[in-house]
Write a protein that binds this ligand. Structure first.
Ligand code: G3I
Length: 358
């Protein structure tokens, strides 16, 4: 598409073009791939849903943020608004306002909503961590939470991360409050309860580390294969992909491929690529880092795109712009892990994604 106008330009400006070819004294930048035309967006370019985790407060208050979310993405996940503590702050109280706002936003802009997350060991309200009930009461607590939430969003939320991060890094099942109170098979029952509440929703197991921790990955894949073999309603596997520039492309591709070998649909559920893993307080985002990040984003998207179409649930980045990332708070350091910068301008990482999608 592009060569024709350039050729015409060269013919019209023969002298100038000839000068460049014969070696102008003016230094020219190293060749880079063309920037994505402004008219192209991720949701247009991708043959599968492209998503972002959304901070509802930013969605409500920052015009540039909501503009990028609605133009670039056709899938959204609440970064925090559908977690246990946010939706169910005390036993008899459910607070739907923020989550409903996101669902309505998604409906207005033809985006899918991915539900995150029903059962996790974090972001629990005090009434749960201090809950005094016996095993039956705990079972009822889990079942009631899952079924109330899934029923509230029935027909509006396409899929749920039913259980999140159930494994430790050593591959052992995490000794979460759910496991302590309900035994190791709480995971299977959580899926069954969710399925009863919305039989049409896709149900995911979501975790991190597939691309750098073989022991944990094996444990996760064993779990989901076990659930499948028992007829437990599990449909998808979420690879969080909070990753970094030092993870080899082969490891990223391997993680994605082995997840697909389960036969489940695959979600790159929380993608971001940290560029300051050592937490250097004075680090800056150099052009070299931007280029390296672009290559890594491209490699991740290429590996995902290589999956069978029926198993490509989609790719979700964990928030939108670098100012909004959880990574900065986590490391208390500068970092730039997302495809948009602090001003919601596209970074080279964005171009890398689009190049892989085409
Ligand atoms: O809502 C309160 C607010 O009222 C209070 O003023 C403020 C003071 O710190 O805290 C606010 O809550 C914080 C919340 O983010 C909203 O900003 C919590 O303290 C903070 O712990 C919470 O962090 C979130 C974290 O999960 C824990 O839920 C991050 O934003 C979110 O990015 C992160 O996301 C997780 C995924 O769910 C699972 N995978 C890993 C990923 C990154 O840690």
């Amino acid at each position: 598409m592009k060569p024709l106008p350039v050729l015409v330009l060269c013919l019209l400006l023969l002298m100038q073009c000839g000068k460049k070819e014969s070696g102008d004294a003016t230094p020219t930048p190293a060749p880079t791939s063309p920037k994505t035309p402004p008219s192209t967006t991720l949701r247009q370019a991708a043959p599968f849903p492209m998503g972002a985790a959304v901070n509802i407060n930013l969605l409500k208050t920052r015009a540039a943020y909501s503009s990028v979310v609605k133009t670039e993405y056709n899938s959204v996940t609440a970064e925090n608004a559908m977690k246990f503590g946010a939706l169910h702050p005390s036993e008899a109280v459910y607070t739907w306002t923020d989550a409903d706002y996101l669902v309505e936003f998604a409906q207005q802009h033809n985006a899918r909503v991915h539900g995150h997350t029903l059962i996790w060991y974090k972001s629990l309200p005090n009434w749960v961590t201090n809950y005094p009930g016996n095993t039956a009461a705990w079972e009822n607590l889990m079942k009631t939470h899952i079924q109330t939430v899934v029923a509230h969003f029935k027909g509006k939320v396409a899929a749920w991360d039913v259980v999140n991060e159930a494994f430790e890094d050593d591959g052992q099942l995490r000794n979460s409050i759910w496991r302590q109170k309900l035994g190791v098979d709480y995971i299977a029952r959580a899926f069954e309860y969710a399925h009863q509440a919305d039989p049409a929703a896709l149900l995911f197991y979501n975790d991190y580390g597939h691309e750098y921790n073989l022991t944990k990955r094996t444990a996760i894949l064993d779990l989901v294969n076990n659930l499948k073999s028992r007829g437990i309603p599990i449909h998808g596997i979420g690879l969080q992909m909070h990753t970094s520039s030092n993870i080899a492309n082969a490891n990223l591709a391997n993680a994605i491929q082995t997840a697909a070998q389960t036969g489940l649909t695959v979600h790159l559920a929380e993608l971001d690529i940290a560029m300051n893993r050592d937490g250097v307080a004075t680090a800056t985002f150099t052009p070299a880092l931007a280029a390296a990040q672009k290559d890594k984003y491209k490699a991740v998207v290429q590996a995902f795109k290589a999956l069978p179409a029926a198993q490509r649930y989609g790719i979700t980045t964990w928030n939108v712009g670098d100012a909004d990332t959880w990574v900065r708070g986590y490391c208390s350091c500068p970092d730039w892990p997302l495809p948009f910068d602090e001003n919601y301008q596209r970074k080279p990482a964005y171009d890398g994604m689009v190049e892989a999608l085409h």
